[in-house]
Design a protein around this ligand. Structure first.
Ligand code: AMP
Ligand code: MG
Length: 422
């Protein structure tokens, strides 16, 4: 049995080896389709931003030629108007002249300052300044934010909603991004039935595939659902072979412990190689990963999940998801957000494996107004307890050699990626 840290390292290496054999593909996608995808090449600005000197306020663009801005009580004569989309087209302003201007409108080249409308009195075509205004005030200068040729998004970056205003403002219609990762998944178990089926004695409804799909839908992953496979080596081998020909990564659930009907490991070994089996983590000891030698598609990675619902979920989110993010961005493993939190109640358990106890994390304000996090473990931590999992929003990580943690101690929690902390 290897430690969790060792498993992370080995998994990383396995993914690196696999990536090194893959071509460096990219696909051009419309900006609206490219969210949550990783770009494959730098995006270069073709436009200056702003493209002209623009007014930052509603007011008057004046030709003051007074570098000290000492214009209080001066009267400027109004020569026209500049509004967004319709710049002033009259004669260049002479000193003592101005135009009405609105936010986002082009400042005439002959104006040097924009005076906000609250600071003037306007009568007919005479605009009297009530105060001084710093020379050059309220003008967004051409190119002050972005110069043409600047890198505005670097290769490897994830496209997030906050980047969209920048990319859209450059008129960028398409960006080159990494293709989706193709992930085929199946469950083994003759007791597993689909919702709607009648349950015979000892049957249960399949939940791990539903859970895999739920966790992975947040990522640029094409999910290939291969259904429930019979607990026979022939069926499992056939499924693995098909999966490896259509997918980059194959995820299985169940059939990896040491029971008489646990054939997954031997099947992967028969048509590929299991690189590791058994990880000192709790829940989820029966974990195995490796690769499958596909017929048409080269190698596919293989990540095996244990059958118990909570184990399967924890192994997927804590071990495999960070590795899948590495496969997506090809640069780094991205674990779930890790936070320090104060444990609310004593915690005792049998040591030996790194444990991920399901917990509820909440944010508190201390007496000094600082935010702190507190966490409490959820009741029973058995590996099939889906009720506790449903109530949790994080896992509390307990090091392999720790058996007791007192309330008030600081612990590390790993936050479920979809959690909004209130
Ligand atoms: P296994 O690893 O196949 O021995 O399964 C361990 C336990 O998890 C058994 O109680 C199974 O019935 C249960 N289990 C296995 N696969 C699933 C699944 N896809 N959904 C729900 N429970 C499962
Ligand atoms: Mg089974």
């Amino acid at each position: 049995m290897i430690s969790f840290a060792q498993a992370q390292d080995n998994l990383h290496r396995l993914c690196q080896t696999w990536l090194a054999e893959q071509s460096d593909m990219s696909e051009p996608l419309a900006l609206s389709e490219s969210l949550d995808r990783y770009i494959t090449e730098d995006v270069i600005a073709t436009l200056e931003l702003p493209r002209s000197d623009l007014s930052a306020m509603d007011g008057y663009a004046v030709c003051s030629q007074d570098q000290y801005g000492a214009i209080a009580s001066q009267v400027f004569s109004l020569k026209g108007e500049s509004r967004a989309g319709e710049p002033y087209k009259g004669d260049p302003l002479a000193p003592g002249e101005c135009v009405r201007i609105f936010t986002g409108a082009v400042v005439p080249a002959s104006a040097d300052t924009v005076v906000i409308q609250e600071n003037v009195e306007c009568e007919n075509k005479s605009v009297r300044m009530l105060h001084d205004t710093s020379f050059g005030a309220n003008i967004r200068c051409r190119g002050e934010e972005i110069t043409a040729g600047a890198v505005i998004a670097a290769a490897g970056q994830l496209i997030t909603p906050n980047m969209v205003p920048l990319l859209a403002s450059q008129g960028i219609a398409k960006v080159k991004v990494r293709p989706k990762l193709r992930v085929a998944f199946f469950a083994t178990g003759d007791e597993l039935k689909a919702s709607g089926d009648t349950l015979g004695e000892g049957d249960i409804y399949e939940s791990n595939m539903a859970s895999i799909a739920a966790v992975l839908r947040y990522y640029p992953i094409e999910l290939i659902n291969l259904g429930v496979v019979e607990d026979t080596p022939e069926a499992i081998k056939a499924c693995l072979a098909t999966a490896s020909d259509t997918a980059d990564l194959v995820i299985s659930s169940g059939g990896v412990s040491v029971g008489d009907y646990d054939y997954v490991r031997q099947c992967v070994d028969a048509i590929g190689a299991v690189s590791d089996y058994k990880v000192a983590m709790k829940p989820g000891k029966p974990v195995c990963f490796g690769h499958i030698d596909g017929m048409e598609n080269g190698k596919a990675l293989f990540f095996g999940l244990p059958g118990n619902a909570v184990s399967s979920f924890v192994v997927l989110t804590e071990l495999y998801l960070p590795a899948m993010k590495f496969l997506l961005n090809r640069e780094r493993v991205i674990p779930n957000t890790q936070l320090a939190a104060i444990l609310e109640t004593d915690l005792s358990r049998r040591g030996g494996r790194l444990e991920f106890q399901r917990g509820v994390l909440s944010k508190y304000e201390d007496t000094a107004g600082r935010h702190t996090f507190r966490v409490s473990a959820i009741g029973s931590q058995d590996s099939h307890r889906v009720l506790g999992l449903a109530r949790a929003n994080c896992t509390i990580k307990i090091a392999a050699d720790v058996e007791h943690i007192s309330a008030g101690s600081e612990v590390t929690v790993s936050v479920f990626p979809w959690t909004d902390l209130q």
